[in-house]
Design a protein around this ligand. Structure first.
Ligand SMILES: Nc1ncnc2c1ncn2[C@@H]1O[C@H](COP(=O)(O)OP(=O)(O)O)[C@@H](O)[C@H]1O
Ligand SMILES: [Mg+2]
Length: 210
């Protein structure tokens, strides 16, 4: 169960945002994609998710998914701002992801909330949660669909520094407990080191030699 990228390239007109990236991510690995703003991190993540057309090839377990639509890839993408549904409570937000993927809801919401350290938060309104709590709800929602690959685009960067440092350690533990293969995009080397098993560097769309 390996994700492999072969010469993945994304162009926007004259701009080559992702330039011939080749990479393998084995099952269970948490990989950090580290790079400055504008280095192509989000674009590469979106290409893996299927949201950005690319050339080259993306394979899962040896089979090409390059032309498979996003919802059929079995990957989950979580953004900097978790984009929760403000009119639903915490259980409603997490349960939504279970319902749309046809999974049992009974007991599972509580399990997921427990995993992200929010046991008992079911009936809380998401608008009344702190930024860190909201991101943990978003993470629980992303994990609800049992994604075979979790793609995290700067999930902590909207939080203040102290909270970011604490949540980085927690995120590491949550991903380990969930056993999910994940790619974390960040511009923060410390965050990459704390959370990931392996760090690769992206510079102007190109992967630097390790
Ligand atoms: N939809 C788009 N149209 C045109 N250019 C884009 C688009 N998305 C990103 N880019 C450009 O691609 C490059 C990489 O952007 P991005 O992947 O967002 O970088 P990062 O996430 O590392 O900050 C930048 O030069 C950016 O301006
Ligand atoms: Mg980005």
């Amino acid at each position: 169960m390996t994700l492999s990228l072969h010469d993945v390239t994304v162009r926007f007109g004259a701009v080559t945002a992702v330039d011939a990236v080749s990479l393998e991510v084995p099952t269970g690995e948490v990989l950090a994609l580290l790079g400055a703003s504008g280095s192509g991190k989000s674009t590469l993540l979106r290409a893996i998710a299927g949201l950005e057309p690319c050339t080259g090839e993306i394979r899962w377990d040896g089979a090409s998914v390059t032309r498979v639509p996003p919802h059929r890839r079995g990957f989950a993408l979580m953004f900097q701002d978790g984009q929760l549904f403000p009119h639903l409570d915490v259980a409603g937000n997490v349960g939504y992801a279970l319902r749309v993927t046809g999974r049992r809801e009974e007991g599972r919401v509580a399990e997921l909330l427990d995993l992200v350290g929010l046991a008992g938060f079911e009936r809380r309104r998401v608008t009344e949660l702190s930024g860190g709590e909201q991101q943990r709800v978003a993470l629980a929602r992303s994990l609800a669909a049992d994604p075979r690959l979790l793609l995290l685009d700067e999930p902590l960067s909207s939080l203040d520094r102290a909270l970011r440092e604490r949540l980085a350690g927690e995120l590491r533990d949550i991903l380990t407990a969930a056993g999910t293969t994940a790619i974390l995009v960040t511009h923060d080397p410390d965050e990459a080191t704390v959370i990931a098993d392996r760090v690769v560097h992206l510079d102007r769309g190109r992967l630097l030699d390790p």
